[in-house]
Design a protein around this ligand. Structure first.
Ligand SMILES: NC(=O)c1ccc[n+]([C@@H]2O[C@H](COP(=O)([O-])OP(=O)(O)OC[C@H]3O[C@@H](n4cnc5c(N)ncnc54)[C@H](OP(=O)(O)O)[C@@H]3O)[C@@H](O)[C@H]2O)c1
Length: 244
């Protein structure tokens, strides 16, 4: 395993930096002296190396308007972290299908930004990308149909992109669909507040919280930064446990 032991100048682009995992990853890179561009609706970080683009990732037109100026002499890291669960309810009980928003935020916006990055980077530039996926993309969880489907799509999308870039001769491309486990963020708080009649697994999530079994955003962030420091492709679909 080759790990970067010396300082490599990087540009990090990350979605959903206002809280949770995305905020922790951003703070980690800023502490390492790297420049970070955050993309999202809300800015909660002030730092001389941090630039924020105010974008609602559920709106395709806003995402399409983003013009990233990408240096061709730096390592580029693109992390699609922003994600939404959608309404936690059985699909046939939901007021609307809600799938458009879930897929737009969880996959389409990240895909569009990744396409921008790949189009901007010559084939010999080091490009790394990580989409935060989920164990929910590997098994069905009742009341999360849209979320499960969108995260499963992320897994196969990135596996395909990796093959395509290899075919094109992009040799320094590293690509991950990374499941962080159950993480102590606002997303989990909202899961625990769901009614049992709407979400049959709610007690399991409450128990995990009660037992202190959730991963901290800091631990997840450190693992993501470690994975993205390795200049060797590890399994594309991976989880926190694989990297620790
Ligand atoms: N927490 C877990 O247990 C867990 C487990 C597996 C996977 N994940 C995945 O990890 C990622 C991060 O989740 P988290 O737990 O850190 O959740 P979180 O605390 O709820 O943070 C979600 C982030 O996404 C941003 N976001 C959501 N909708 C957006 C939109 N329309 N436009 C722009 N930004 C938007 C939020 O920004 P705002 O502040 O503007 O809303 C926030 O910065 C997600 O992809 C999630 O699916 C989480």
């Amino acid at each position: 395993m080759k790990t970067s032991l010396f300082y490599v100048k990087k540009m990090v682009i990350i979605t959903g930096t206002s809280k949770g995992i995305g905020k922790a990853v951003t703070e980690n890179y800023l502490a390492l002296g790297q420049k970070v561009i955050g993309i999202g609706r809300t800015k909660t970080i002030d730092h001389h190396n941090y630039q924020h683009l105010f974008i609602d990732l559920s709106k395709q037109k806003e995402v399409a308007s983003i013009q990233l100026s990408i240096p061709i002499d730096e390592e580029i890291i693109f992390i699609h972290n922003a994600g939404v669960l959608g309404e936690i309810k059985r699909f046939s009980d939901q007021a609307s299908t809600d799938l458009q928003t879930i897929f737009q935020v969880n996959l389409f916006s990240g895909a569009q930004l990744l396409q921008n990055v790949l189009k901007s980077c010559p084939l010999d530039q080091v490009v790394k990308t990580l989409f935060v996926s989920s164990g929910a993309g590997k098994r069905p969880i009742p009341s999360w149909a849209g979320y499960c489907a969108s995260k499963a799509a992320v897994d196969l999308f990135l596996q395909t992109i990796q093959l395509e870039e290899l075919e094109k001769g992009r040799t320094d491309f590293y690509c991950y669909s990374f499941a962080p486990g159950v993480v102590d963020t606002a997303m989990q708080t909202s899961i625990r507040s769901t009614k049992k009649t709407d979400f049959s697994s709610v007690e399991q999530f409450k128990d995990l919280h009660k037992d202190g079994a959730l991963n901290s955003p800091q631990k997840v962030a450190e693992t993501m930064v470690k994975l993205l420091s390795i200049n060797q492709q590890k399994p594309i679909v991976c989880s926190l446990k694989d990297i620790e």
